[in-house]
Design a protein around this ligand. Structure first.
Ligand SMILES: *[C@@H]1O[C@H](CO)[C@@H](O)[C@H](O)[C@H]1NC(C)=O
Length: 219
């Protein structure tokens, strides 16, 4: 009896661990690769596989992450993504990468990736980074990073970066999805199309209606 129960709990424990690992990122591949065929009319979760006999080295290749992104914009940063959209060979592999450039005091505004954790490596400059834990704590976990430092943003949590050094900053972000997605908080809340009702946002943010109008006009 004791052993039966113990093994039962052990089994439950193992199942629990297995499930959380499986759900934490994209599904595992069931073959060597499944290079995306973006032209297929068949709709699946991800992309249909291109005929493996037609696959080329270039399907697994991207060139250009040595090039700085253009940071001349309102936030002073630029993300250059390499997801399945830029590299068809990433289909079903559950990973992607991006270069992020920051002008002095540039920010990557608060955002979340609905399908990925992100591990960020600073190549140049100093970045203040942070993420906020979920309700009810909403604890800010933040740190200043230097060249060579690595920081992880757990899947789904709101996070940001800011260049706090003297010159430009550069980072490489690796993500646990072929298509991590980005939800920029300000754009989603104040820049949706059509707008979320101003009355609703006034109540949600507990501020004057004119402040909401102003935010909506900016996004
Ligand atoms: C960078 O973006 C700005 C604003 O869109 C544009 O005016 C400028 O020409 C761009 N610079 C380069 C080098 O592409």
């Amino acid at each position: 009896m004791y052993f039966a129960m113990a093994s039962h709990f052990l089994l439950l424990g193992i199942l629990g661990i297995t499930c959380s690992v499986v759900l934490a990122s994209d599904h595992s591949p069931l073959q060597d690769f499944c290079v995306a065929d973006p032209n297929s009319p068949v709709l699946v979760n991800g992309f249909v596989c291109k005929d493996s006999k037609l696959v080329q080295a270039n399907d697994f290749f991207f060139s250009g992450l040595h090039l700085p992104g253009n940071t001349s914009n309102a936030v002073g940063s630029r993300v250059t993504p390499v997801t399945v959209a830029q590299m068809p060979g990433l289909n079903t592999l559950g990973i992607s990468i991006a270069r992020v450039d920051y002008a002095p005091w540039g920010i990557n505004p608060p955002h979340t990736h609905p399908r990925a954790s992100e591990i960020l490596t600073v190549l140049q400059g100093s970045l203040e980074v942070g993420f906020v834990t979920s309700n009810p704590e909403n604890r800010l976990i933040t740190k200043v990073l230097q060249k060579g430092d690595v920081f992880v943003f757990p899947e789904g949590l709101v996070h940001f970066q800011r260049n706090v050094g003297y010159g430009n900053a550069v980072a490489i972000a690796a993500l646990s999805s072929q298509n991590p997605g980005v939800i920029t908080i300000a754009n989603a809340v104040f820049g949706s199309k059509p707008d979320i009702s101003t009355d609703l946002l006034t109540k949600a943010f507990q501020v004057d209606k004119n402040i909401i109008y102003q935010m909506q006009s900016r996004f």
